[in-house]
Design a protein around this ligand. Structure first.
Ligand code: AMP
Length: 282
């Protein structure tokens, strides 16, 4: 049976009880509209912990003024059923006021990393993510917290925050779950028109071309991008926002793939912004 709590005090109480009983606690932060990507994190948390907590909270400050906060898909009853099926014990579903009461003024900001890649077009997005994740980690005090590598920049930034603030949690980065045609699962895929949906897998095909190029010995980033662009050009309904090859610590662009690198991209299909990435090693 899943139990649902909406208050910070309620969540603290549940976790304190589990801790008293010597249980390991796993946390899966989400914004709801759950799909197989989220459920894979929950199942992993189930397999590695005694108590699994999932938060379902559409975090208002991480949406820019022209972004999709109002229309972000919300269906709590469906989400709770899916989370229960994936083995979640406690869902934490606060209202915005519970997380940001009147007078709220404290932000956790990881300098530099949050301005690159997606941060260039989403100013203040990542500081809202790190703030809410810091609060969730503080309230829940999990042994482990689970994040998808689909949001690789988010993972790198949270990893930096956890190191810098000495937060005693093990971060678990989980592989990207994809649709049968390769499109990375995302709550925002629901917004795509049928034509956009048909073209969106070009993003992953471009990333696969990059992976194949690196596996075949290509190291020069401009050559890798050239190969990717052949696939991206096929998505005539998509506007590529960025394609970058960066180091995995500082997220700074590299000219050659040497050691572990992240190849990340973002594209807009109509009003829908999609991201995807692969990790490669040269
Ligand atoms: P969101 O609800 O979009 O904030 O995502 C909650 C968590 O699920 C984040 O850690 C995401 O990285 C992760 N996630 C979202 N989509 C996927 C996916 N397709 N595969 C794996 N993890 C995902």
């Amino acid at each position: 049976m899943i139990s649902s709590v909406a208050t910070i005090a309620g969540l603290r109480e549940k976790v304190a009880d589990a801790r008293m009983a010597g249980k390991a606690v796993g946390l899966v932060p989400t914004m709801g509209a759950l799909h197989e990507g989220h459920l894979s994190l929950m199942r992993r948390a189930r397999s590695e912990n005694d108590l699994v907590v999932a938060s379902i909270f559409v975090n208002p400050p991480q949406f820019g003024p022209t972004e999709d906060l109002q229309r972000y898909p919300r269906d709590l009853a469906r989400d709770l059923a899916l989370a229960a099926g994936a083995g979640v014990d406690v869902s934490f579903c606060p209202e915005p006021d519970e997380m940001y009461p009147p007078g709220f003024a404290t932000w956790v900001e990881v300098e530099g990393l949050g301005e690159r890649l997606c941060g260039a077009s989403r100013p203040r997005h990542f500081r809202a993510v790190t703030t809410v994740v810091a609060k969730l980690l503080d309230v829940c005090q999990p042994d482990r917290a689970y994040f998808g590598l689909k949001d690789a920049q988010q993972f790198v930034i949270i990893r930096r925050m956890v190191q810098d603030l000495n937060i005693p949690v093990e971060l678990v980065g989980c592989p990207t779950v994809r649709e049968a045609d390769g499109l990375a699962m995302s709550s925002r895929n629901l917004y795509l028109t049928p034509d956009e949906r048909a073209q969106a897998p070009a993003l992953y095909r471009a990333l696969q071309a990059a992976e194949a190029a690196v596996a075949g010995g290509v190291r020069d980033v401009s050559e890798i991008k050239r190969e990717m662009n052949e696939f991206l050009a096929q998505a005539t309904l998509g506007d590529v926002e960025y394609v970058e090859v960066v180091g995995t610590d500082g997220l700074l662009p590299v000219a050659r793939v040497e050691g572990e690198c992240l190849i990340a991209l973002a594209a807009r299909f109509g009003g829908t912004r999609l991201i995807d990435n692969v990790f490669v090693r040269g």
